[in-house]
Design a protein around this ligand. Structure first.
Ligand SMILES: Nc1ncnc2c1ncn2[C@@H]1O[C@H](COP(=O)(O)OP(=O)(O)O)[C@@H](O)[C@H]1O
Ligand SMILES: [Mg+2]
Length: 578
């Protein structure tokens, strides 16, 4: 009934809600997951919803809220409300009117809190309590379901008592509908509802706007005071989310990361349109799960061996730069497979970086190579961004949408690329690529003619790159072959130097060992004492000599003997080694 079957899991649902925040001109959207309590809080600082919006747009199921918002209402779009900061115009992501249902995938209960900022000022905070479980009862008439709504003026936030008040209303509604619901379902619905009675949004706001050291956050996301935006508090969160977070390994990104990393394009040179965050609150404090450290940045393109950048024009022809081992050259690539016809997808641009699989063939220093390789291993791939917002699932390491890995196994000799060694993005726009449309379930583009052309152009491009630059017999292969040979030779040399240095180090270590053994056993002390004794004995002997000549001779001999003995002790001192 809710149409939420269309949404494939909690991370996808959160992606949908992030898009709604984007559409409301939010600059920030943040998720906070409290595992122990199974509560997820999602907050944005967008322009929010008025009571009318809540009742007639958000709560009215199945309405196509803004079909083709970008196409039909172009004139209106120019005068649209873009929040009090009048942010640059955005291409609206929502069009199916199903995004809001994503909230019901996460948990059966939603507390919606939203405060609208409109041209005529700030509105009251509107709070609604929805028990989605009721909407799932077979045979129940939707009009009989009561969703209580309350308003809070003057920047006030609801307290725990206020939430209990709303819960009482839902409980009453549930009681009224009791005869239409199975006894088991009734019991469960009621039990679930009890859990909202522990939520105090005013307290929660304080907790969430504190830093981990207890200080106040500089840029709080809040609906109190002059704050505006939308907050969802959902509970009890389905246990799948824990798996989605924890399923990541050294080599494999988690499901949460696959869906939420790089929501806005942080690989681009432009400032991302919206900042996203997912904090996982565990016993030892909050963990940032989709932070920028785990993803690629624009700077990372400098830490690559091969790099390609350019635009595909109306004819599907690539015009740009190919940079092999840091040596750039202009490159033009025609869409041969198109046989001269105009592609149906429209123009787009691309940036793609590639890191050699062997560190010995890479121009990167060992640390950079290690870092970049582990990143590409986990999250490498070719992503798609539409007006700066990621289109799922492209880029995910298990979505080889250009058959890059497949081709590797088919024709290894003529192929170069490996899917997990590269990263980058294709940038498309609503305004020029509107024939690329997403499936209702949002798992990628519809496989229409435009998409087929789009894909074909990119497949052709990578094929041509492999052919032109990376085979032994490639027409423009010299940069790659020379570069590879150079770096391999350098690596070989470095290895030899290392072996040499290692053996010198070992010799020195041996000497040190001998020295310290002697030192610790008191060898030097006893030896010098012995020499001293010998010396005084012999000096004493010299005393008896009368002839000056003999005395001089005797003392010289004695001096030489003693020096020799001292030298002998010294030779076991490692400082003499050098
Ligand atoms: N975070 C939000 N901030 C402001 N308004 C929102 C938010 N989420 C949803 N809405 C409102 O609810 C409507 C329905 O959202 P949704 O079901 O995602 O459909 P669509 O995005 O296709 O319009 C939106 O058009 C918008 O008016
Ligand atoms: Mg939407």
């Amino acid at each position: 009934m809710l149409g939420r079957q269309q949404i494939a899991g909690i991370p996808n649902a959160i992606h949908e809600l992030f898009k709604n925040a984007h559409d409301a001109y939010a600059e920030n959207v943040e998720a906070d997951y409290f595992r122990r309590n199974r509560v997820l809080v999602l907050r944005d600082d967008g322009y929010g919803m008025t009571r009318n919006d809540v009742e007639n747009r958000w709560l009215t199921l199945g309405t196509e809220s803004r079909v083709n918002a970008n196409v039909v209402n172009k004139d209106i779009a120019e005068h649209e409300w873009r929040g009090p900061k009048n942010l640059p115009q955005r291409a609206i992501m929502g069009e199916k009117g199903i995004g809001r249902l994503a909230i019901a995938v996460i948990a059966p209960i939603t507390i919606l809190m939203t405060r609208a900022s409109r041209p005529d000022g700030l509105k009251n905070l509107v709070v609604a309590l929805v028990h989605w479980g009721l909407f799932e009862q077979p045979g129940l008439d939707i009009s009989e379901i009561n969703v209580p709504v309350a308003e809070f003026p003057g920047g006030m936030l609801p307290t725990r008592e206020d939430i209990c008040g709303l819960a009482d209303k839902v409980a009453k509604n549930l009681e009224d509908l009791r005869h239409e619901i199975s006894p088991e379902a009734f019991k469960q619905l009621k039990e679930t509802l009890q859990q909202v009675r522990f939520i105090g949004p005013d307290m929660l706001d304080k907790t969430l706007n504190k830093n981990s050291d207890g200080s106040e956050r500089q840029d709080p996301l809040t609906l109190s005071g002059d704050g505006y935006g939308t907050t969802f508090i959902v509970l009890p969160v389905a246990p799948e989310l824990d798996d989605d977070i924890d399923s990541g390994t050294e080599r494999e990104s988690s499901k949460l990361e696959r869906n939420l990393l790089g929501f806005s394009n942080v690989m681009s040179l432009l400032k991302p349109v919206i900042k996203t965050e997912f904090r996982d609150h565990l016993a030892d404090g909050p963990h940032e799960r989709i932070g920028s450290k785990s993803f690629f940045t624009s700077e990372d393109f400098k830490r690559t061996d091969q790099y390609f950048e350019g635009t595909f024009n109306e004819q599907g022809q690539f015009i740009g730069t190919v940079s092999i081992y840091g040596k750039p050259r202009p490159y033009v690539c025609n869409w041969i497979d198109g046989k001269g016809r105009t592609p149906r997808c429209g123009p787009f641009s691309l940036r793609y970086g590639y890191v050699q699989g062997r560190s010995t063939e890479s121009r990167l220093n060992p640390t950079d190579w290690q870092e970049m390789s582990s990143k590409t291993d986990r999250v490498g791939g070719l992503y798609i961004y539409r007006d700066g917002i990621r289109v799922l699932p492209y880029g995910n390491s298990d979505v080889d949408w250009l058959d890059i890995e497949k081709r590797r196994t088919y024709s290894a000799r003529d192929w170069f690329f490996s899917y997990r060694r590269g990263f980058g993005y294709v940038e498309i726009k609503h305004s020029v690529n509107d024939s690329l449309t997403e499936k209702a379930g949002r798992e990628g583009f519809r496989e229409n003619l435009a998409y087929r052309d789009f894909r074909s152009i990119l497949v052709n491009f990578f094929k041509q790159l492999a052919y032109e630059f990376f085979r032994n017999t490639s027409p423009q292969g010299e940069d790659y072959i020379e570069g590879k040979e150079l770096f391999t030779a350098q690596a070989e040399l470095l290895k030899k130097q290392k072996v040499k240095a290692e053996s010198r180090r070992k010799d020195f270590q041996k000497l040190l060992d001998v020295f310290f053994e002697k030192y610790n056993s008191g060898y030097f002390e006893t030896e010098s004492k012995r020499i001293l004794e010998e010396l005084s004995e012999n000096i004493f002997k010299l005393d008896g000599i009368k002839s000056t000549e003999e005395f001089a001779y005797g003392s010289r001999v004695l001096e030489a003997e003693i020096k020799q003995k001292i030298n002998k002790i010294n030779s076991s001192n490692p400082n003499c080694y050098a």
